[in-house]
Design a protein around this ligand. Structure first.
Ligand code: NCD
Length: 344
């Protein structure tokens, strides 16, 4: 260990890194391939920081990061908080359930209020698709989407991508068969992953009961013009989906967002689509198993699958901190400033 203050080591991303052009992070669909690559490289640098004896740098010192979640969360909320604190930001946490939201305050009024209280970066989760886009129109700083309705969960998609790049032999996703299995219909995780994984050239398969795949072909059609357009397959044939897969990502059945009649019962779902060792045997022998959490073990994924060494679910959580540090850092505009470190 050097005798220098470990917090004083600069964040090194590479001189050839492209510039970061975005004020907000609302979804991954606006990120070009080189920008996704910049996030990955910056997250590598952040992982280096996380490995230091004191995992803290002054990059966001004096900046107010306000986190407000209108929906339940453990890992996303806490990892944003840890990420912001590792960058020395001042973190303000608001649970919508104990805020004036319960007294009928609107989203826009809440956004204006937190801004008046000093928020410069706003991390938010909301049950309504599009809510962070509305917030971004009324907020002078930076908005980071921690999940909106069924629509998008960009930081999850980026941490998933990071974890695949880290754990797949050769580090490349191009041509790899990636299966997302479960409640695709209600999943903002799946929607954001569709953009980032097809952009990375994955052979993407979306699999689940047909009632939970509704509209996806049409959605794919609307994605025309996006680099990965047309490269995903939608099927209810779980054996065909899992055959020779390199990565299998199971998703929770989102009962809280579900109309009645979409699934006969959870038991039936588990019997037909649950990720068991037997089903996983069709995939490549070293196929990675992923899950964004929270898991309902014994429903969409069997505990024996979770226990496998190649289940990288906790890596996803750890990498979430590094990727969120990278995004806060990039959005804050520190990257590219003269002497990135001095700018802190
Ligand atoms: C997911 C979410 O909230 O979208 N979880 C997460 O953020 N890691 C998925 C879910 O709720 O099932």
């Amino acid at each position: 260990m050097s005798d220098r203050d470990p917090g004083a080591e600069p964040i090194v991303v590479g001189a050839d890194a492209p510039a970061w052009r975005h004020r907000h992070l609302l979804d991954v669909d606006v990120l070009a391939a080189d920008e996704i690559d910049l996030v990955m490289r910056t997250a590598d640098a952040m992982k280096g920081i996380l490995a230091r004896p004191i995992a803290k740098v002054p990059a966001l010192r004096g900046r107010n990061v306000t986190i407000i979640f209108w929906e339940a969360s453990t890992r996303t909320r806490v990892s944003f908080e840890v990420a912001a604190k590792n960058l020395s930001a001042d973190v303000v946490n608001i649970a919508a359930s104990t805020s004036s939201v319960t007294k009928g305050e609107s989203l826009v009024d809440t956004i204006r209020t937190v801004q008046a209280l000093g928020a410069q970066m706003l991390v938010m989760r909301h049950g309504t698709s599009g809510a962070p886009y509305l917030a971004a129109e009324h907020f002078d700083g930076h908005v980071l989407n921690g999940g909106d309705g069924w629509h998008a969960h960009p930081t999850q998609a980026l941490l998933d991508l990071y974890t695949m790049r880290e754990r797949l032999p050769g580090g490349s996703i191009a041509g790899r068969k990636v299966v997302i299995l479960g409640d695709i219909l209600h999943s903002r995780v799946a929607r954001s992953n569709i953009w980032s994984l097809t952009a990375a050239g994955a052979d993407l398969w979306l699999c689940g009961p047909s009632t939970l795949l509704r509209g996806l072909d049409r959605w794919g059609g609307r994605a025309a013009g996006f680099p990965g357009h047309g490269r995903f397959t939608v099927t209810s044939d779980v054996d065909a989906a899992l055959r020779d897969a390199d990565v299998v990502m199971a998703l929770r059945i989102q009962k809280e967002r579900m109309d009645s009649g979409l699934l006969p019962s959870l038991r039936e779902y588990t019997a037909r689509f649950g990720l068991t060792l037997d089903r996983l045997a069709a995939a490549k022998p070293d196929a990675l198993v992923m899950h964004p959490g929270p898991m309902n073990e014994g429903v969409e994924i069997d505990p024996a699958v979770v226990a496998l060494d190649r289940a990288v679910i906790e890596d996803q959580v750890t990498n979430g901190v590094a990727v969120r540090m990278a995004l806060l850092y990039l959005l804050a505009g520190v990257h590219g400033a003269e002497g990135a470190h001095d700018a802190a």
